[in-house]
Design a protein around this ligand. Structure first.
Ligand code: NAD
Length: 212
């Protein structure tokens, strides 16, 4: 497929298309029109057509979209046809919840190491993955190709550990710590703030109340 610049807004919607198409596949739906997809996703059909046209438009007039083909193509665009080695730093509530979520593995995100400063956690396993203390991290990074480091530790710890991850060849950081990390430009970062989503929700509740 020809590579071209796709807007951030479209990229942001792709995981949602991917999820819906995955559900359709599970229900053995082979093709779907933009109108039907629009009803399910609460996105206008023209928006859907416009979005999917970015990738050469996988639809056919009068036939709709081939669900499996579209699912696979969007998966490729999102890089979900590959596997990624991932580590988690900080094995508290959040780190353990992520480590316990099997679906990430199904999407190709393989958790192969978990690290925490707390020596009491050393040797414990989560779904067969060992928790190690931070002092083992440099050697682990030397002997493994790590694509993604998930940071589920407090802010100061995250800031201290980030240079070590960069030095160890980590390509991307999935950052849950409440800090904007100072990283080289070739490191891919995705900051996740659940509280922002909650604030958005709070805004929408109040906007709805005002309409009454
Ligand atoms: N971004 C978000 O949406 C979001 C949501 C919840 C929590 N958080 C943040 O994520 C962090 C983890 O939250 P939690 O509820 O799991 O906390 P937690 O206290 O349960 O777990 C934190 C873990 O990090 C470990 N840790 C501390 N310093 C470390 C270091 N230098 N190296 C490795 N491990 C270290 C601790 O021993 C502990 O096990 C907190 O800082 C919290 O503020 C972010």
């Amino acid at each position: 497929m020809q590579e071209r610049e796709i807007s951030k807004a479209v990229i942001k919607r792709l995981p949602r298309y991917y999820r819906y198409l995955g559900e359709l596949l599970e229900h053995k739906v082979e093709r779907i029109s933009s109108n039907e997809l629009s009803d399910r996703m609460q996105v206008t059909a023209s928006q859907i057509r416009q979005d999917l046209n970015n990738f050469g438009g996988f639809g056919q007039q009068g036939y709709g979209y081939n669900v499996k083909y579209l699912y696979n193509e969007i998966g490729k665009i999102l890089g979900l046809d590959k596997t990624y080695n991932m580590i988690i730093i900080g094995a508290g509530h959040l780190g353990q919840a992520i480590a316990n979520y099997v679906k990430f593995e199904k999407r190709g995100f393989r958790i192969i190491g978990i690290f925490d400063t707390n020596p009491d956690l050393e040797g414990t396993t989560i779904r067969g993955i060992q928790i190690m203390t931070d002092d083992k991290l440099p050697a682990f990074l030397n002997s493994h190709d790590i694509d993604i480091a998930t940071l589920t530790l407090p802010k100061t710890g995250a800031e201290e550990i980030a240079p070590l991850l960069v030095k160890g060849g980590v390509k991307a950081i999935w950052n849950f710590a409440h800090t904007d990390l100072d990283l080289p430009s070739d490191i891919v970062v995705e900051n996740v703030h659940l509280s922002e989503s909650l604030m958005q929700l709070s805004y929408n509740i109040n906007r709805k109340d005002k309409k009454k």
